[in-house]
Write a protein that binds this ligand. Structure first.
Ligand code: ZN
Length: 375
């Protein structure tokens, strides 16, 4: 038996869905799919800009494609073929020839024309699948009956900047790849986003390079309005921060303001000490004021690391309180606008965010000295 002649050269092959589906990658970049034994009928999905030279099954619903553009792409095949993200990169001029999953399902190996074998961590895919299987087993619901798509986590790229790249070429290359990948996943993504932004969240965080707002809560461009400064300080006279707050609340109508501190914050640590750092000392005075408010409790903490952690939490809470005390937020609440203010802290050691004991959504709990009459 054989399929009919294609108008495109098939280069790679994989069998999935418990041997029920055959997928071929082609010269034009399309994926052709046949159900076993129905060789006269196929579906065609044009999901790659260049030829698909290698294919590898990750599980019955997920495959990895290796392209002549050097990219490894993660594709779900059920309930429909869909691009999920880039798993790895051999370099633009280095087509990928072969891929295989290791026996313990931790790594996907690939080889390409760049003269390297490369290994990509794919453990998270299987953790996700196992978790889903457990959830399904616990709830007693058959996944097929619910018709739930078998989603997988989006792969994460962790690139490192090469200081020798003085012209920043690598950044522009990464940007072009990112733009291409996003467009492949959703051809209208940038077109829609260029028209309007409708974020529901304002993030006030530290300028620290290790605390990127969108990335750590896994939200796409357009989802979070962001203000960052040294040590996530919100003070009553900072026109920059207040302007961001006013635009976010009055114009964008965000529904949540998150003030997020982070462990081992250099700004808060500097405010705890007596060293001089220049102009920034005046900014850090705001945190010294926070220390003074909680002086008794902080002074009782003998361990300096613990004391710093507690001041980081107090500083985030104090900034969140100042958000609530602003006329901007009070007026929004008076208008009946839905708006909750949160204080969080992010742990650099494990990448996890913790909620602090602070979440306000009405003016009732404001100290009377800060409460304004409705306009
Ligand atoms: Zn910081």
């Amino acid at each position: 038996m054989m399929t009919q002649e294609l108008d495109d050269e098939p280069l790679s092959l994989v069998i999935v869905k418990n041997d029920e589906q055959v997928i071929a990658g082609s010269q034009s970049g399309a994926l052709y799919t046949w159900n076993w034994n129905t060789w006269s009928d196929y579906s065609k999905w044009i999901g790659h800009p260049n030829s698909v030279d290698a294919l590898c099954k990750l599980d019955e619903d997920t495959i990895c494609t290796g392209g002549s553009d050097g990219l490894l792409r993660l594709i779900t095949v059920s309930p429909q073929q869909q691009f999920e993200g880039i798993l790895g990169d051999h370099g633009e001029d280095f087509p990928i020839e072969k891929m295989a999953v290791g026996f313990d399902e931790k790594y996907l190996a690939s080889c390409g024309h760049d003269l390297h074998l490369r290994f990509w961590n794919i453990e998270f895919l299987y953790e996700n699948t196992k978790r889903k299987q457990q959830e399904t087993a616990t709830s007693g619901v058959n996944k097929q009956e619910t018709n739930e798509p078998n989603t997988v986590s989006s792969p994460i790229r962790i690139n490192k900047f090469d200081p020798k790249d003085e012209k920043l070429d690598s950044l522009l290359k990464s940007n072009a790849e990112w733009s291409k990948a996003v467009t492949e996943a959703d051809p209208n993504f940038f077109k829609k986003l260029a028209q309007i932004q409708e974020p529901k969240i304002l993030w006030v965080g530290c300028a620290d390079s290790r605390v990127p707002a969108n990335q750590l809560v896994q939200l796409a461009p357009g989802e979070v309005f962001v203000h960052r400064n040294i040590a996530n300080v919100v003070c009553h006279s900072d026109l920059n921060c207040l302007s961001v707050l006013q635009y976010a609340v009055d114009v964008l109508k965000v529904e949540h303001v998150i003030v997020c501190g982070h462990s081992n914050c250099g700004g808060v640590a500097a405010a705890m000490g007596s060293g001089q750092y220049g102009l920034i000392d005046n900014w850090l005075r705001n945190i010294k004021d926070v220390y003074r408010f909680y002086e008794k409790e902080l002074d009782e903490i003998k361990d300096s690391k613990e004391r710093l952690s507690r001041l980081i939490e107090f500083n985030a809470i104090h900034s969140a309180q100042n958000v609530c005390r602003s006329t901007i937020v009070q007026n929004a609440w008076h208008r009946g606008q839905k708006l909750t203010v949160h204080a969080w802290v992010y742990d650099l050691e494990n990448g996890l965010v913790k909620r602090l004991e602070f979440s306000h959504k009405d003016p009732a709990k404001l100290p009377s000295i800060y409460a304004c009459q409705p306009l």
